[in-house]
Design a protein around this ligand. Structure first.
Ligand code: FNR
Length: 382
């Protein structure tokens, strides 16, 4: 396909849907139960109105910002999402190359289809990554992974995902489990690797046969994490800043903010609607934090993901106080539409739309964005 002819993220998803194996599509597209959280994620930004100002010089427009003190050219990063090679052989490394082109950050999934070493291998100076951890029942496997990550200076933080101690019930994924041939790739850490997160032993019995991709990737993941036990354990095994992913209430955002200096950021996320269905989109949690514990924004960085499809979505999240926004499916569908060039096209579209939005709002720098630029009445009415 001519990537230039794809004008928005829906165009890209449509092309990818036709090009990738059905089972991969079902895994990427799926969300829990009735897909209500996924749907809320997709519509909530549209309910927030923008408040453009006139007579503002916006000849220049600068989208650069920083995450945890590291400079980036975009407030948009790629969220950790498993199994990119299901979409295209360029895989997570291709996503990384596209990110490099746009000065964007990439968070690598624990269940990536390439190893972290492969993904960061051709990183350019200044390019930054995070690595996402699902703590395993067999803690020594997670400890061994953390030791490996320590040797990769490009990886600047550990992103601990907490919204899915068990996977949600993803029916598209489950229905397609017996359809077609076996998937061509498995999580790289699962095979041929010195550290396997899913080798079976007494503690982790073999999974029953036939599960959806999501269910089988979760096999062996710990469900017994707590504030008291897990953060000290993690801090013992990494010196990197910790980013907690999957917070969905102001109470947890506040608790996280009490765990500085190790915890440096939180990601408001309902896992793209793939964990608890009818859990709130990040916008609602941002609004809660503003209302009940705004000091959180001063103590730690607040990032958000879920349903980002337009530059206006990006800008609205930043106006609400987010430092940056993550895209999950968009990067995977970009790969599916055109490999690493497809991911680059996704970032190019989002960057251009974000700049247009900033200019039309009357803003030329990210740090000027604030509540004065939006009207949130429609999402706050209850
Ligand atoms: C994810 N997500 C995810 N999150 C995580 O912490 N570790 C992971 O391995 C994965 N894997 C994963 C696979 C697929 C196919 C999807 C779609 C998502 C969640 C991801 O990081 C992010 O929270 C959402 O994807 C954001 O929503 P959007 O951008 O997909 O709407």
């Amino acid at each position: 396909v001519d990537l230039e002819s794809l004008l928005n993220l829906d165009d890209i998803e449509e092309v990818a849907t036709k090009q990738i194996p059905n089972k991969a599509w079902a895994y990427y597209y799926s969300a829990s139960d009735d897909l209500k959280s996924k749907t809320f994620n997709n519509i909530v930004y549209g309910q927030i109105l923008l408040r453009p100002r006139i007579f503002v010089d916006c000849v220049n427009c600068d989208t650069s910002t920083s995450f945890l003190g590291h400079d980036v050219k975009l407030p948009i990063y790629v969220s950790p999402a498993a199994m990119a090679r299901l979409a295209h052989p360029d895989g997570e490394r291709g996503i990384g190359q596209a990110c490099e082109q746009f000065g964007a950050m990439q968070v690598i999934s624990q269940n990536a289809s390439m190893t972290p070493e492969q993904i960061v291998a051709d990183a350019k100076p200044g390019q930054i990554f995070g690595w996402q951890l699902y703590v395993q029942n067999e803690r020594e496997k997670s400890e061994a992974m953390l030791a490996r990550i320590k040797k990769l200076p490009q990886i600047k933080f550990i992103c601990l995902t907490l919204d899915a101690p068990v996977p949600g019930k993803r029916e598209h994924d489950e229905r397609s489990k017996n359809v077609g041939s076996n998937l061509p790739v498995r999580a790289a850490v699962q095979e041929g690797d010195s550290v396997s997160t899913t080798s079976t032993n007494a503690k982790t019995p073999a999974p029953p046969r036939s599960m959806g991709v999501g269910q089988s990737l979760f096999w062996g993941t710990a469900a017994d994490l707590t504030w008291q036990k897990t953060l000290p354990w993690l801090a013992k095994h990494t010196d990197l800043p910790i980013v907690l992913k999957g917070l969905q209430t102001h109470e947890d955002a506040y608790l996280a903010s009490l765990h500085t200096p190790q915890v440096k950021a939180i990601i408001l996320s309902n896992h793209g609607g793939r964990a608890l269905d009818t859990a709130p989109p990040g916008v609602h949690t941002l609004l809660e934090i503003r209302k009940y514990c705004p000091e959180v924004f001063d103590r730690i960085e607040v990032w958000v993901d879920g349903g980002i499809k337009r530059g206006t979505d990006v800008v609205k999240a930043l106006c609400l106080g987010a430092r940056g926004v993550g895209v999950g499916r968009a990067a995977l569908f970009g790969l599916g539409a055109g490999g690493k060039e497809g991911v680059a096209r996704v970032l190019e579209i989002l960057k251009a739309e974000t700049e247009t939005c900033m200019r039309l709002l009357g803003v030329d720098r990210i740090d000027q964005l604030g509540m004065q630029h939006i009207n949130t009445r429609a999402v706050e009415r209850d």
